[in-house]
Design a protein around this ligand. Structure first.
Ligand code: ADP
Length: 397
């Protein structure tokens, strides 16, 4: 009798959850709600969601109630030789009382995180006939996972899979329409340019100028396409950060080497200022390099001839502060609220200096993904500083 009434209460809870899940379009918030509720209804210590990457034939952790464990975020799990992989391949739920006795158990996670798994109940997340991931609850608080737990989790999983897919689609449709909008204007001007080239009356000089414009505009559109892909992957949560310890001095030096010739063209001096005892930072070094390159490239592009740029790093409490400071034109006050929006460019200089308006949006996504923050200080006519604060040790949810 008691089980039955618990059962009813659980189903009522499931109803509430489905309304709750449908109410958010933010992927991270949604996923966290799903794992919290899963652990709760199955009376489990922890729960996690792995997304399945069909191209790489592997799974990776997207969220977990204990995501703060070292090395948990972005941890890859192979399709072969893991319980989650078995769930994906067989599209079936699995209930295991003692994982040590199960040959499918993948000890990689336990080795990397020190989390001891005893029992698992896992189900596939399926939408439109495609397995998008696996939801697992771990370590039943008392006894073993039951058939009722499995049924409840399957119902929750079906709702969760639809909500995840909706959120991803929503993000993409939004992005695609914005992208098409951004492409229309340059495509129209390219078409006008080719029309002009075909006119017999244009001079050789005009001809050369149009060809140069077409060349730089196609380069810009090509950069726009790759940046746009980067951004859409970041926004939909498909990017996995690979955390490692690395030296900021090395990062700054590498960025400077890449940008040196561009700085030299405008006679801009770039300096690095780092205290000798600066500790390493734990973050995704490639992604952070992308951020610093964006900021450094802007600091050079939007500078004055003979201007200066300073790359600075320091530690404040448990934060690493990275500063990119320039002596350029600065940013008008009214542009500040939109600065990190995708495709935003300051109107006054838009025509003079080529750009995509995606660099800062990408940088912000990367910094936020590391649980850091990015700020800007600027005065029109008086230079700009971008200030990034990152947790020294990788901050997990
Ligand atoms: P892009 O440089 O490709 O246009 P970003 O997203 O990197 O795109 O920057 C958005 C806009 O912010 C730029 O178009 C520019 O107007 C402004 N901006 C960015 N960095 C600076 C800077 N250091 N100084 C002045 N303006 C800047």
């Amino acid at each position: 009798m008691e089980t039955k009434s618990k059962n009813l209460a659980d189903y009522r809870r499931l109803m509430e959850i489905s309304i709750d899940l449908a109410s958010t379009l933010d992927l991270d918030t949604l996923l966290y709600r799903i794992v919290k509720v899963s652990a709760e209804i199955a009376d489990a210590a922890e729960a996690s969601i792995m997304f399945y990457d069909d191209a790489a034939k592997q799974l990776h952790f997207q969220v977990a109630t204990n995501m703060e464990l070292p090395n948990m975020r972005g941890l890859d799990v192979p399709l072969e030789g893991s319980i989650a992989g078995w769930i994906v391949t067989n599209r079936k739920a699995v209930r295991i009382d003692d994982v040590k006795k199960d040959s499918r158990y993948f000890s990689g996670v336990e080795n990397a995180t020190n989390f001891k798994t005893q029992s698992i109940l896992g189900i596939p997340l399926i939408t439109k006939d495609k397995v998008i991931g696996v939801l697992e609850v771990l370590n039943k608080k008392e006894g073993n996972f039951t058939e009722v737990d499995e049924e409840l989790l399957l119902v929750l999983g079906a709702q969760a899979a639809v909500a995840i897919e909706n959120t991803r689609l929503f993000q993409q449709s939004d992005l695609i329409s914005e992208f098409v909008h951004e492409l229309r204007t340059p495509l129209a001007s390219l078409s006008t340019a080719t029309y002009l080239l075909l006119r017999p009356e244009i001079s050789q000089q005009q001809h050369d100028q149009i060809v140069n414009n077409i060349h730089s505009e196609t380069l810009r559109l090509s950069a726009l396409t790759s940046s746009f892909l980067d951004l859409s992957r970041l926004e939909s949560g498909r990017v996995q950060f690979k955390y490692e310890d690395f030296s900021i001095e090395k990062l700054f030096t590498e960025c400077l080497e890449i940008m040196q010739s561009k700085a030299a063209e405008e006679n801009i001096q770039v300096k690095i200022d780092i205290p000798s005892n600066l500790p390493d930072l734990e973050a995704d070094s490639n992604k952070l390099k992308q951020v610093i390159l964006n900021l450094l490239s802007n600091a050079i592009k939007y500078n004055r001839p003979n201007g200066r740029v300073l790359l600075q790093a320091k530690v404040e409490k448990d934060q690493m502060r990275l500063i990119v400071k320039d002596t350029g034109y600065g940013i008008p006050e009214e542009a500040m609220p939109n600065l990190f929006n995708k495709f935003f460019r300051v109107r006054e200089i838009e025509r003079k200096i080529a750009g995509t308006g995606l660099g800062l949006a990408i940088s912000k996504q990367i910094v936020l993904g590391h649980k850091g923050k990015i700020e800007v200080k600027s005065k029109s006519g008086n230079g700009t500083s971008f200030i990034i604060s990152m947790p020294l040790r990788a901050a997990r949810q």
